[in-house]
Design a protein around this ligand. Structure first.
Ligand code: SAM
Ligand code: SF4
Length: 329
Protein backbone atom coordinates (compact mmCIF):
# COMPACT_ATOMS: atom_id res chain seq x y z
CA UNK A 1 0.00 0.00 0.00
CA UNK A 2 1.29 3.48 -0.89
CA UNK A 3 1.24 5.95 1.98
CA UNK A 4 2.40 9.56 2.03
CA UNK A 5 4.31 11.33 4.80
CA UNK A 6 1.01 12.21 6.50
CA UNK A 7 -0.19 8.60 6.56
CA UNK A 8 -2.69 9.11 3.74
CA UNK A 9 -3.22 6.26 1.31
CA UNK A 10 -2.40 7.07 -2.33
CA UNK A 11 -4.32 4.84 -4.73
CA UNK A 12 -5.77 7.17 -7.36
CA UNK A 13 -4.07 8.69 -10.40
CA UNK A 14 -5.55 11.43 -12.56
CA UNK A 15 -3.77 11.50 -15.90
CA UNK A 16 -4.27 14.44 -18.27
CA UNK A 17 -3.53 13.17 -21.78
CA UNK A 18 -3.65 16.50 -23.60
CA UNK A 19 -3.94 20.21 -22.87
CA UNK A 20 -6.00 20.79 -26.03
CA UNK A 21 -9.73 21.24 -25.97
CA UNK A 22 -12.66 21.82 -28.29
CA UNK A 23 -14.43 24.08 -25.76
CA UNK A 24 -13.28 27.32 -24.17
CA UNK A 25 -14.90 27.25 -20.73
CA UNK A 26 -13.99 30.72 -19.52
CA UNK A 27 -13.13 29.47 -16.02
CA UNK A 28 -10.57 27.07 -17.49
CA UNK A 29 -8.81 28.78 -20.39
CA UNK A 30 -8.79 32.02 -22.38
CA UNK A 31 -10.83 32.40 -25.58
CA UNK A 32 -7.77 32.19 -27.79
CA UNK A 33 -6.82 28.87 -26.17
CA UNK A 34 -3.50 28.08 -24.53
CA UNK A 35 0.02 28.02 -25.82
CA UNK A 36 -0.55 24.36 -26.79
CA UNK A 37 2.15 21.85 -26.07
CA UNK A 38 3.99 20.54 -29.13
CA UNK A 39 3.85 16.84 -29.84
CA UNK A 40 7.42 16.49 -28.53
CA UNK A 41 6.47 18.11 -25.23
CA UNK A 42 3.53 15.75 -24.71
CA UNK A 43 4.03 12.39 -23.08
CA UNK A 44 3.66 9.65 -25.68
CA UNK A 45 1.09 6.89 -25.14
CA UNK A 46 3.98 4.50 -24.56
CA UNK A 47 5.46 6.73 -21.85
CA UNK A 48 2.08 7.15 -20.20
CA UNK A 49 1.42 3.42 -20.31
CA UNK A 50 4.83 2.65 -18.81
CA UNK A 51 4.12 5.15 -16.03
CA UNK A 52 0.61 3.83 -15.35
CA UNK A 53 1.89 0.27 -15.30
CA UNK A 54 4.59 1.16 -12.76
CA UNK A 55 2.19 3.14 -10.59
CA UNK A 56 -0.35 0.31 -10.58
CA UNK A 57 2.40 -2.07 -9.45
CA UNK A 58 3.21 0.44 -6.70
CA UNK A 59 -0.37 0.62 -5.41
CA UNK A 60 -2.51 2.79 -7.68
CA UNK A 61 -5.92 1.12 -8.02
CA UNK A 62 -7.92 3.71 -9.92
CA UNK A 63 -6.96 5.83 -12.94
CA UNK A 64 -8.97 8.71 -14.36
CA UNK A 65 -8.15 9.90 -17.87
CA UNK A 66 -8.74 13.61 -18.28
CA UNK A 67 -7.28 16.63 -20.05
CA UNK A 68 -7.88 19.08 -21.82
CA UNK A 69 -10.43 17.03 -23.62
CA UNK A 70 -9.28 13.40 -23.80
CA UNK A 71 -11.28 12.67 -26.95
CA UNK A 72 -9.46 15.29 -29.02
CA UNK A 73 -6.23 13.32 -28.71
CA UNK A 74 -5.77 11.07 -31.74
CA UNK A 75 -6.16 7.34 -31.15
CA UNK A 76 -7.37 7.78 -27.59
CA UNK A 77 -9.27 4.47 -27.71
CA UNK A 78 -6.04 2.60 -28.37
CA UNK A 79 -4.58 4.07 -25.20
CA UNK A 80 -7.72 3.58 -23.10
CA UNK A 81 -7.89 -0.05 -24.17
CA UNK A 82 -4.27 -0.64 -23.18
CA UNK A 83 -4.75 1.00 -19.76
CA UNK A 84 -7.93 -0.98 -19.15
CA UNK A 85 -5.89 -4.18 -19.51
CA UNK A 86 -3.28 -3.32 -16.86
CA UNK A 87 -3.21 -6.17 -14.33
CA UNK A 88 -4.10 -4.90 -10.85
CA UNK A 89 -6.05 -1.85 -11.97
CA UNK A 90 -9.52 -1.92 -10.38
CA UNK A 91 -11.12 1.07 -12.02
CA UNK A 92 -10.60 3.16 -15.14
CA UNK A 93 -12.73 6.26 -15.55
CA UNK A 94 -12.82 9.35 -17.75
CA UNK A 95 -13.70 13.00 -17.35
CA UNK A 96 -15.00 14.49 -20.59
CA UNK A 97 -16.88 17.51 -21.87
CA UNK A 98 -19.04 15.18 -23.95
CA UNK A 99 -18.67 17.01 -27.27
CA UNK A 100 -17.16 14.06 -29.17
CA UNK A 101 -17.86 11.29 -26.68
CA UNK A 102 -21.24 9.88 -27.77
CA UNK A 103 -19.93 7.76 -30.63
CA UNK A 104 -17.27 6.18 -28.37
CA UNK A 105 -19.71 5.05 -25.69
CA UNK A 106 -20.23 1.47 -26.96
CA UNK A 107 -16.46 0.97 -27.08
CA UNK A 108 -16.06 2.46 -23.61
CA UNK A 109 -18.59 -0.02 -22.35
CA UNK A 110 -16.76 -2.84 -24.10
CA UNK A 111 -13.44 -2.10 -22.41
CA UNK A 112 -15.10 -2.06 -19.00
CA UNK A 113 -15.58 1.64 -18.22
CA UNK A 114 -18.28 1.74 -15.56
CA UNK A 115 -18.39 5.42 -14.73
CA UNK A 116 -17.82 8.70 -16.59
CA UNK A 117 -17.72 12.26 -15.30
CA UNK A 118 -19.45 14.57 -17.74
CA UNK A 119 -18.92 18.31 -17.42
CA UNK A 120 -22.13 20.26 -17.88
CA UNK A 121 -22.62 23.62 -16.21
CA UNK A 122 -26.05 24.51 -17.58
CA UNK A 123 -29.15 23.02 -19.17
CA UNK A 124 -29.70 26.12 -21.28
CA UNK A 125 -28.16 26.04 -24.78
CA UNK A 126 -27.57 29.81 -24.87
CA UNK A 127 -25.88 29.84 -21.50
CA UNK A 128 -23.83 26.84 -22.56
CA UNK A 129 -22.58 28.91 -25.49
CA UNK A 130 -21.77 31.89 -23.30
CA UNK A 131 -19.81 29.73 -20.83
CA UNK A 132 -17.96 27.47 -23.29
CA UNK A 133 -17.74 29.70 -26.37
CA UNK A 134 -19.00 26.84 -28.57
CA UNK A 135 -22.42 25.72 -29.76
CA UNK A 136 -22.15 22.10 -28.63
CA UNK A 137 -24.92 21.70 -26.06
CA UNK A 138 -26.87 19.16 -28.14
CA UNK A 139 -23.82 16.91 -28.53
CA UNK A 140 -23.17 16.93 -24.78
CA UNK A 141 -26.79 15.97 -24.08
CA UNK A 142 -26.52 13.19 -26.63
CA UNK A 143 -23.47 11.87 -24.76
CA UNK A 144 -25.39 11.99 -21.49
CA UNK A 145 -28.22 9.88 -22.89
CA UNK A 146 -25.88 7.50 -24.69
CA UNK A 147 -23.97 6.83 -21.44
CA UNK A 148 -27.18 6.17 -19.54
CA UNK A 149 -28.46 3.94 -22.34
CA UNK A 150 -25.32 1.82 -21.97
CA UNK A 151 -25.69 1.64 -18.20
CA UNK A 152 -22.56 3.64 -17.52
CA UNK A 153 -22.74 5.57 -14.28
CA UNK A 154 -22.74 9.33 -14.93
CA UNK A 155 -21.53 12.04 -12.61
CA UNK A 156 -22.26 15.50 -13.93
CA UNK A 157 -19.69 18.13 -12.94
CA UNK A 158 -21.10 21.65 -12.78
CA UNK A 159 -18.83 24.53 -11.80
CA UNK A 160 -20.88 27.20 -10.01
CA UNK A 161 -20.02 30.67 -11.28
CA UNK A 162 -21.35 33.87 -9.82
CA UNK A 163 -23.48 35.76 -12.35
CA UNK A 164 -23.16 33.01 -14.95
CA UNK A 165 -25.03 29.85 -14.06
CA UNK A 166 -26.40 30.13 -10.54
CA UNK A 167 -29.90 30.04 -12.13
CA UNK A 168 -28.99 26.54 -13.29
CA UNK A 169 -28.49 25.09 -9.82
CA UNK A 170 -32.15 24.17 -9.33
CA UNK A 171 -32.76 22.87 -12.89
CA UNK A 172 -29.66 20.69 -12.52
CA UNK A 173 -31.00 19.35 -9.22
CA UNK A 174 -34.32 18.68 -10.97
CA UNK A 175 -32.48 16.58 -13.53
CA UNK A 176 -31.91 14.02 -10.76
CA UNK A 177 -35.66 13.48 -10.43
CA UNK A 178 -35.97 11.25 -13.48
CA UNK A 179 -32.37 10.47 -14.36
CA UNK A 180 -30.10 8.24 -12.25
CA UNK A 181 -27.23 10.73 -12.37
CA UNK A 182 -25.16 12.32 -9.66
CA UNK A 183 -24.96 16.08 -10.18
CA UNK A 184 -21.97 17.55 -8.37
CA UNK A 185 -21.64 21.28 -7.91
CA UNK A 186 -18.01 22.42 -7.82
CA UNK A 187 -16.64 25.59 -6.31
CA UNK A 188 -14.86 27.64 -8.96
CA UNK A 189 -11.07 27.56 -8.58
CA UNK A 190 -8.53 30.11 -9.84
CA UNK A 191 -7.15 27.81 -12.58
CA UNK A 192 -8.31 29.79 -15.59
CA UNK A 193 -5.08 30.01 -17.59
CA UNK A 194 -4.92 33.72 -16.76
CA UNK A 195 -7.91 34.34 -19.01
CA UNK A 196 -9.54 36.56 -16.42
CA UNK A 197 -8.88 37.86 -12.95
CA UNK A 198 -10.18 35.55 -10.26
CA UNK A 199 -12.42 37.67 -8.11
CA UNK A 200 -12.50 35.36 -5.09
CA UNK A 201 -15.11 32.78 -4.26
CA UNK A 202 -18.69 34.04 -4.05
CA UNK A 203 -20.41 30.64 -4.18
CA UNK A 204 -18.82 28.31 -1.70
CA UNK A 205 -20.26 24.87 -0.98
CA UNK A 206 -22.31 26.19 1.93
CA UNK A 207 -24.02 28.85 -0.19
CA UNK A 208 -24.64 26.33 -2.98
CA UNK A 209 -26.23 23.95 -0.49
CA UNK A 210 -28.34 26.75 1.03
CA UNK A 211 -29.63 27.63 -2.43
CA UNK A 212 -30.77 24.03 -2.90
CA UNK A 213 -32.22 23.76 0.61
CA UNK A 214 -34.35 26.88 -0.03
CA UNK A 215 -36.24 24.96 -2.69
CA UNK A 216 -35.81 21.42 -1.42
CA UNK A 217 -36.25 21.64 2.35
CA UNK A 218 -36.52 17.83 2.44
CA UNK A 219 -33.01 17.22 1.07
CA UNK A 220 -31.33 14.31 2.83
CA UNK A 221 -27.68 13.60 3.53
CA UNK A 222 -26.51 10.28 2.14
CA UNK A 223 -23.25 8.51 3.05
CA UNK A 224 -20.09 9.72 1.30
CA UNK A 225 -17.84 7.06 -0.22
CA UNK A 226 -14.34 6.65 1.23
CA UNK A 227 -12.02 9.37 -0.12
CA UNK A 228 -14.99 11.22 -1.59
CA UNK A 229 -14.35 14.87 -2.43
CA UNK A 230 -18.07 15.57 -2.46
CA UNK A 231 -20.66 15.88 0.31
CA UNK A 232 -23.59 13.93 -1.04
CA UNK A 233 -27.35 14.36 -0.76
CA UNK A 234 -30.56 13.12 -2.23
CA UNK A 235 -34.01 14.57 -2.68
CA UNK A 236 -36.60 11.95 -1.59
CA UNK A 237 -38.05 10.09 -4.60
CA UNK A 238 -35.40 11.37 -6.98
CA UNK A 239 -33.60 8.69 -8.99
CA UNK A 240 -30.28 10.51 -8.87
CA UNK A 241 -28.30 12.31 -6.21
CA UNK A 242 -26.44 15.56 -5.77
CA UNK A 243 -23.09 16.52 -4.33
CA UNK A 244 -21.12 19.63 -3.52
CA UNK A 245 -17.37 19.75 -3.95
CA UNK A 246 -15.46 22.27 -1.87
CA UNK A 247 -12.63 22.48 -4.40
CA UNK A 248 -11.61 25.97 -3.35
CA UNK A 249 -12.44 25.70 0.37
CA UNK A 250 -10.36 22.50 0.40
CA UNK A 251 -12.20 20.59 3.08
CA UNK A 252 -11.12 17.19 1.79
CA UNK A 253 -7.30 17.38 1.99
CA UNK A 254 -7.16 15.23 5.13
CA UNK A 255 -8.12 12.11 3.16
CA UNK A 256 -6.65 13.01 -0.22
CA UNK A 257 -5.70 9.78 -2.02
CA UNK A 258 -4.84 11.24 -5.43
CA UNK A 259 -1.88 12.25 -7.52
CA UNK A 260 -1.93 13.95 -10.91
CA UNK A 261 0.18 13.74 -14.04
CA UNK A 262 0.03 16.63 -16.49
CA UNK A 263 0.15 16.20 -20.29
CA UNK A 264 3.87 17.05 -20.30
CA UNK A 265 4.62 14.53 -17.59
CA UNK A 266 4.63 16.77 -14.52
CA UNK A 267 3.79 14.98 -11.28
CA UNK A 268 1.55 16.89 -8.90
CA UNK A 269 1.08 15.42 -5.46
CA UNK A 270 -1.47 18.17 -4.71
CA UNK A 271 -3.87 19.98 -7.03
CA UNK A 272 -2.44 23.26 -5.77
CA UNK A 273 1.28 22.50 -6.09
CA UNK A 274 3.31 23.65 -9.09
CA UNK A 275 4.50 20.15 -10.01
CA UNK A 276 7.16 18.28 -8.05
CA UNK A 277 9.07 16.45 -10.80
CA UNK A 278 8.83 15.56 -14.48
CA UNK A 279 8.30 11.88 -15.29
CA UNK A 280 8.64 12.29 -19.06
CA UNK A 281 12.08 13.88 -18.70
CA UNK A 282 13.20 11.10 -16.38
CA UNK A 283 12.03 8.41 -18.81
CA UNK A 284 13.66 10.17 -21.77
CA UNK A 285 16.91 10.46 -19.81
CA UNK A 286 17.05 6.70 -19.48
CA UNK A 287 15.83 6.34 -15.89
CA UNK A 288 15.01 2.70 -15.17
CA UNK A 289 11.68 1.66 -13.69
CA UNK A 290 13.26 0.91 -10.31
CA UNK A 291 14.99 4.32 -10.24
CA UNK A 292 11.71 5.97 -11.23
CA UNK A 293 9.91 4.07 -8.49
CA UNK A 294 12.42 5.32 -5.94
CA UNK A 295 12.04 8.92 -7.14
CA UNK A 296 8.26 8.68 -7.03
CA UNK A 297 8.33 7.26 -3.51
CA UNK A 298 10.47 10.20 -2.40
CA UNK A 299 7.93 12.62 -3.87
CA UNK A 300 5.03 10.84 -2.14
CA UNK A 301 6.99 11.11 1.09
CA UNK A 302 7.30 14.83 0.72
CA UNK A 303 3.69 15.77 0.11
CA UNK A 304 2.22 19.05 1.32
CA UNK A 305 -0.18 18.61 4.23
CA UNK A 306 -3.01 20.35 2.37
CA UNK A 307 -3.82 22.60 -0.57
CA UNK A 308 -3.12 25.74 1.42
CA UNK A 309 0.40 24.62 2.27
CA UNK A 310 1.00 23.50 -1.34
CA UNK A 311 -0.16 26.87 -2.65
CA UNK A 312 2.06 28.74 -0.19
CA UNK A 313 5.08 26.70 -1.25
CA UNK A 314 4.73 27.86 -4.87
CA UNK A 315 7.39 30.28 -6.02
CA UNK A 316 4.95 32.69 -7.61
CA UNK A 317 3.02 34.29 -4.78
CA UNK A 318 0.60 36.34 -6.82
CA UNK A 319 -1.86 33.51 -7.24
CA UNK A 320 -2.28 30.38 -9.31
CA UNK A 321 -2.25 31.03 -13.06
CA UNK A 322 -2.22 27.75 -14.90
CA UNK A 323 -5.21 26.42 -16.81
CA UNK A 324 -7.15 23.50 -15.38
CA UNK A 325 -6.68 21.96 -18.83
CA UNK A 326 -3.03 21.37 -17.98
CA UNK A 327 -3.95 19.84 -14.63
CA UNK A 328 -6.94 17.72 -15.49
CA UNK A 329 -9.37 18.89 -12.81
N1 SAM B 1 -12.33 18.63 -20.74
C1 SAM B 1 -12.82 17.70 -19.80
C2 SAM B 1 -14.02 18.23 -19.09
O1 SAM B 1 -14.26 19.42 -19.11
O2 SAM B 1 -14.70 17.42 -18.46
C3 SAM B 1 -11.78 17.22 -18.80
C4 SAM B 1 -10.83 18.25 -18.26
S1 SAM B 1 -11.55 19.52 -17.26
C5 SAM B 1 -10.13 20.48 -16.88
C6 SAM B 1 -11.90 18.63 -15.77
C7 SAM B 1 -12.86 19.29 -14.84
O3 SAM B 1 -12.28 20.47 -14.32
C8 SAM B 1 -14.18 19.73 -15.48
O4 SAM B 1 -15.26 19.15 -14.81
C9 SAM B 1 -14.19 21.22 -15.32
O5 SAM B 1 -15.47 21.72 -15.11
C10 SAM B 1 -13.29 21.42 -14.11
N2 SAM B 1 -12.71 22.75 -14.06
C11 SAM B 1 -12.01 23.38 -15.02
N3 SAM B 1 -11.63 24.61 -14.62
C12 SAM B 1 -12.10 24.77 -13.37
C13 SAM B 1 -12.06 25.83 -12.42
N4 SAM B 1 -11.43 26.97 -12.69
N5 SAM B 1 -12.68 25.63 -11.23
C14 SAM B 1 -13.32 24.47 -10.96
N6 SAM B 1 -13.39 23.43 -11.81
C15 SAM B 1 -12.80 23.58 -13.01
FE1 SF4 C 1 -12.05 22.20 -22.07
FE2 SF4 C 1 -12.73 20.87 -19.91
FE3 SF4 C 1 -11.35 23.17 -19.73
FE4 SF4 C 1 -13.87 23.24 -20.54
S1 SF4 C 1 -13.14 22.56 -18.53
S2 SF4 C 1 -12.14 24.32 -21.51
S3 SF4 C 1 -14.07 21.38 -21.63
S4 SF4 C 1 -10.63 21.30 -20.59
Amino acid sequence: MLLDNHGRKINYLRLAVTDRCNLRCFYCMPEEGLNWLSRKELMTYEEMLQTCSLLVKMGIEKIRITGGEPFVRKDIMRFLTAVSQLPGLNELTITTNGVLTASYVPELKKIGIKSVNLSLDTLDANRFFSITGRDEFANVMQTLHELLKHDIEVKINAVVMDGKNTDDIIPLVQLTKDLPVSVRFIEEMPFNGDGHVYGGLKWDYIRILDEIKNVYGNIQKIPDMAFSTSYNYQIPNHKGSIGVIAAYSRTFCGTCNRIRITPEGGLKTCLYDAGVLNIKDLIRNGTTDSELEETLLKAFNNRARDGWEAENLRVEHNGVHESMATIGG
